[in-house]
Design a protein around this ligand. Structure first.
Ligand code: NI
Ligand code: MN
Length: 226
């Protein structure tokens, strides 16, 4: 599986020719100015929760690519009012088979309101199980023992975890999450985009290394095979 990082919490995973895109927030992110949003491929777009730093570019990318939006019921309803038609609603704890694999919507401990202030349902993460391996994206969340349930039930090739602190887990808690998840390779996201989530990256790598976990911090636009 080839993962490409687009800045903040946005990343794409290519699974056997199918492009999965998570939490697109590119055009408002000055750190991602080098990314051409009109070139990002997507067959499915996942949105973890209603905050604008996770969905700013959904409508444009979905309309250009014809991708299917996968998110919670309330977020799907909200995008329906913006003219999106190809959507699949889920809710916490539910799993569904798609052509590329099985998706389970997992609990996140955070908040979720839409950019216009309307209710954004419950914040979530995603466990994605494919023929080429399984991965987990935490969304924005605090550390919770619930993550142990994911580690117990799925053998993960990699996880994508928020590490920016202040609004979500910081590096120390995210490293503990990696222990709960029993995963050895983690892509860190949701850090350095804004001043409140600037972190000491060298220390973050050490926090993970203390638990024998590799923390990967990709340059925006860079790719990595997992
Ligand atoms: Ni958020
Ligand atoms: Mn966020």
């Amino acid at each position: 599986m080839k993962l490409t990082y687009y800045g903040h919490s946005c990343f794409g995973v290519e699974v056997d020719g199918t492009h999965l895109l998570f939490d697109p927030f590119i055009t408002p992110n000055p750190k991602a100015a080098a990314i051409d949003v009109t070139k990002i491929p997507a067959d499915y777009i996942f949105v973890s929760h209603g905050h604008v730093d996770h969905l700013a570019d959904v409508v444009d990318i979905a309309k250009r690519t014809g991708a299917t939006l996968i998110s919670n019921w309330e977020i799907v309803e909200w995008f329906g009012k913006q003219g999106l038609e190809k959507m699949h609603p889920m809710n916490l704890g539910g799993a569904k088979e798609f052509p590329f694999g099985r998706v389970k919507m997992t609990a996140a401990t955070h908040s979720s309101s839409m950019p216009d202030g309307s209710y954004g349902g419950n914040p979530a993460g995603f466990l994605v199980e494919t023929k080429l391996g399984h991965f987990y994206y935490s969304g924005d969340t605090a550390l919770t023992r619930n993550m142990k349930l994911i580690g117990d039930s799925a053998c993960l090739k990699f996880a994508v975890l928020c590490i920016g602190d202040n609004f979500t887990m910081g590096p120390e808690d995210a490293a503990r999450a990696a222990d709960f998840l029993e995963v050895k390779d983690v892509l860190g996201v949701h850090y350095d985009t804004f001043p409140p989530i600037e972190i000491d990256k060298k220390q973050a790598v050490r926090d993970f290394a203390d638990r024998q976990v590799n923390l990967h911090l990709l340059e925006i636009g860079a790719s990595k095979d997992f």
